[in-house]
Design a protein around this ligand. Structure first.
Ligand code: ZN
Ligand code: ZN
Length: 386
């Protein structure tokens, strides 16, 4: 795995050691293109294993074939450019090798039969997530950074990418868990009158009501995760990130994802909103949750009073004394105003991020078992407010 380590080292080159023309950018893009191409080919080879039904069009769409060729050709061209420009060749060679393997596999793709669609690993969902969200936020963070010294491949980026992968792969399991409490409420309560009122409202108003209602629940669930020590040990994982960007929000314990999502989704799935309004809300949240974690330094003026912005949520992640147990809302700061937890200085950003005392271990699996382990006696107090 020596080559992997070399590739990683080359990707993490500090910005001042890789000026334009050093072959770093072309090498990184080549690696991205070759991996994307390889994964698309894998999806086509093993449709029944990797595919998520909603995006099964990857299997037999002509547009995807053209896209795949474009991606693989870009991978070749950029890898060659990087090999010419760069002193270090690991990125270029790796990207080239993956492109070659992917191209060979693409030309010998087996016939797609009527394979049983029993297992969806959601790998394609992950690829589309990373491509769509990454391609949107990486340039924004590059051109409007809150912290200009921070790079895309900052410390622990691969851990957070793994979190992103796991939650994308488990999208169906998590979806099922998310619906469980709502299904229960739907079976128990008679909400027909409320539903008749809500379904008659205009689309945009339904979306706004969903946002208000989910954020109200989210506020209190989030606050509970900060208040009760047992819950805090789960939520501390989300707070353990020391670098904030679009990927950082993905770091969240699976138990917390299940609890948080299923409770915040309760009003959405029980009050009779139209499916289009629910989809509209989910689309907004999909980008909004990456946005509030992103390393984007936009000065949003009066908008900061009405909507949660990166600076508002970055304060929530701050490790300064002033940044403890504040700004729980994820859409509307008004909830923090109302319940006395609002904190947003004029223009400043927090000094640093992370958990007080640095008690959370590094790495996915260590973090996975962390909430189930006993606090060490020498650990500083677990609660952020103590
Ligand atoms: Zn929190
Ligand atoms: Zn967060």
């Amino acid at each position: 795995m020596n080559i992997l380590r070399k590739v990683k080292t080359q990707l993490e080159t500090p910005r001042d050691e890789r000026p334009l023309g050093s072959g770093w950018l072309s090498g990184s893009l080549a690696l991205l293109a070759s991996i994307a191409g390889f994964l698309i080919v894998m999806l086509r080879w093993f449709p029944e294993t990797f595919s998520y039904p909603e995006i099964a069009f990857i299997q037999d769409s002509g547009i995807v074939t053209i896209f795949l060729r474009f991606v693989l050709l870009s991978g070749y061209a950029l890898a060659l450019l990087s090999l010419i420009l760069s002193q270090r060749k690991s990125l270029g060679w790796t990207a080239l090798a993956i492109s070659v393997v992917a191209s060979l596999m693409a030309t010998t793709q087996p016939e797609v039969g009527d394979a049983p669609q029993s297992l969806y690993f959601g790998l394609d969902y992950f690829i589309i997530n990373v491509l769509v969200v990454g391609f949107l936020f990486v340039p924004l963070e590059r051109f409007f950074p809150a912290r200009s010294e921070q790079t895309v491949f900052r410390a622990e980026w691969q851990e957070d990418m793994f979190y992103y992968l796991v939650s994308s792969m488990l999208v169906q399991v998590l979806g099922f868990l998310t619906l469980a409490p709502s299904n229960y409420v739907n079976a128990q309560a008679d909400l027909d009158a409320v539903r008749a009122t809500i379904v008659a409202l205009p689309f945009w108003l339904q979306v706004v009501i969903i946002m208000m209602a989910t954020d109200f629940v989210q506020y209190w669930v989030h606050r509970a995760f900060h208040t009760f020590p047992v819950l805090w040990r789960f939520h501390a994982i989300h707070h353990s990130t020391k670098k904030m960007d679009w990927l950082a929000g993905a770091r969240m314990h699976l138990i917390e994802i299940a609890v948080l999502r299923s409770l915040t989704a309760l009003p959405m799935f029980t009050l009779g909103f139209k499916p289009e309004a629910i989809q509209g809300y989910l689309l907004i949240v999909y980008f909004y949750s990456s946005f509030i974690h992103a390393n984007i330094g936009w000065k949003l003026g009066f908008l900061e009073r009405f909507f949660v912005t990166p600076r508002f949520h970055h304060w929530h992640h701050g490790s300064d004394r002033a940044a403890i147990d504040i700004n729980y809302a994820s859409h509307f700061p008004i909830y923090d105003w109302l319940f006395g937890t609002h904190h947003l200085p004029e223009t400043e950003w927090p000094e640093a991020y992370g958990v007080v005392g640095n008690t959370v271990p590094r790495g996915y699996w260590k973090q996975f078992i962390y909430p189930f382990t006993k606090p060490k006696p020498e650990d500083p107090p677990q609660m952020p407010g103590e």
